[in-house]
Design a protein around this ligand. Structure first.
Ligand SMILES: [Mn+2]
Length: 381
């Protein structure tokens, strides 16, 4: 009988010793929650784990336990091997000397007798340092960012387990565990940890807190249309395992920097509605971000906390200027509205209830009207 993706993922993880774990750029609560949870759990299983994300955690996630298990650079993904032919003479001593001023390293080989010659020495790249790569919450490999760009060969040479809940996932793994009914990757990981743990539970207070953070942020506190009975069951299980739910709510929803509140003011003052196509939209320009001293990442909350609360709409759209381009954020309010389909019009992706897109090297002024026009056309189609 053929194994399910879940069973294959579990087999691969069980049989691997050195595991690299990563996720997407612009990380959110689900990517960091799942990165931390899987790292801590695999360490309990005595796996040799390296976890990296191309970008650091945004400010609102800095309360997460064991945040420092996630690095930002992948150093030495492969060893460099120097081979010395010992058929003429053997090695008596081996040492090295670092020439700091010349940025050089001398490797000193003292023979037992005679001498070594250049032709006795050969070089090669070692095997990748990992048996397995687990990519979390990431619809395609490019979304991993510089960790992928700088180590492309590693990603081709090493088997990948791809665990995600986005409909736009392009199945780049050897094993693709894509559960579209899950609210978040963190929710999928609860099932993974249950199976990996076998006789004793891997869940502890920190792991449960990290996973509940992912579920909470991806469902906007269980408000999104994607919230299912199962997500409540899983959340209850995590709270029972010691997840610090009040801390999550306090840190994520009740602590807003003044800059975020000012930004909300700007966005709210400009909300417009399209009654015919049942959506609302607003914009945040780079000048407004600068004026209130807010970071790009603070725009994310605007759509979840404010725009989605409007009555009688199917979805909300927020357009913001980010990194020299225009970023679109879409949220479904009514169940059955698929905003990933709208994001795809602009080369973006996501899932039914929440999606986004980026149009590089442009401004709001240049794009706003044509974006709205294409979205209206798609609404009518
Ligand atoms: Mn997610």
């Amino acid at each position: 009988m053929e194994l399910t993706p879940k069973q294959q993922a579990i087999e691969l993880i069980r049989n691997s010793k050195r595991i690299l774990i990563t996720s997407h750029v612009n990380p959110d609560g689900d990517s960091f929650g799942s990165l931390i949870a899987l790292t801590l759990a695999l360490k309990k299983l005595d796996k040799d784990v390296v976890t990296v994300c191309s970008d650091p955690a945004p400010e609102f996630l800095r309360f997460l336990p064991s945040l420092d298990v996630v690095g930002h650079e992948l150093a030495g993904a492969k060893d460099f091997i120097i081979t010395v032919d010992l058929s003429k003479t053997d090695v008596d001593k081996l040492g090295y000397k670092r020439l700091a001023d010349q940025k050089k390293l001398h490797i000193v080989i003292t023979p037992t007798q005679g001498f070594f010659e250049p032709q006795d020495v050969t070089f090669e790249q070692g095997m990748p340092r990992f048996d397995l790569i687990v990519v979390l919450d990431c619809s395609d490999l490019e979304r991993i960012g510089q960790i992928y760009d700088n180590n492309t060969a590693l990603f081709y040479e090493t088997p990948i387990v791809n665990i995600d809940h986005h409909i736009s996932n392009d199945h780049y793994g050897k094993v693709n565990w894509i559960d579209l009914t899950a609210t978040s990757t963190s929710e999928i990981l609860v099932a993974l940890l249950e199976s990996l743990g076998r006789e004793k539970t891997l869940l502890d207070q920190d792991i449960a807190t990290a996973l509940l953070t992912g579920i909470t942020t991806d469902t906007a506190s269980f408000q999104n249309a994607s919230t299912t009975p199962k997500s409540f069951t899983v959340a209850a299980q995590l709270v029972a395992a010691g997840a610090r739910q009040q801390e999550i709510v306090r840190k994520i929803y009740k602590t807003k920097p003044l800059s975020t509140l000012k930004l909300w003011g700007k966005a709210l003052a400009k909300v417009q509605e399209d009654n015919e196509n049942r959506f609302i939209w607003s914009t945040i320009s780079q000048a407004e971000l600068d004026e209130v001293g807010a970071q790009d990442s603070e725009t994310g909350g605007v759509i979840d906390d404010l725009l989605k609360t409007a009555p009688d709409i199917d979805f909300a759209l927020l357009l913001s200027e980010r990194k020299g381009g225009v970023h679109g954020n879409l949220r479904a309010v009514e169940k059955g509205i698929d905003v990933a389909r709208l994001a795809a019009l602009f080369g973006g992706g996501g899932h039914e209830a929440a999606a986004g897109f980026d149009i590089p090297n442009t401004t709001l002024e240049a794009e706003e009207a044509s974006i709205l026009e294409r979205i209206r056309e798609a609404c009518k189609a």
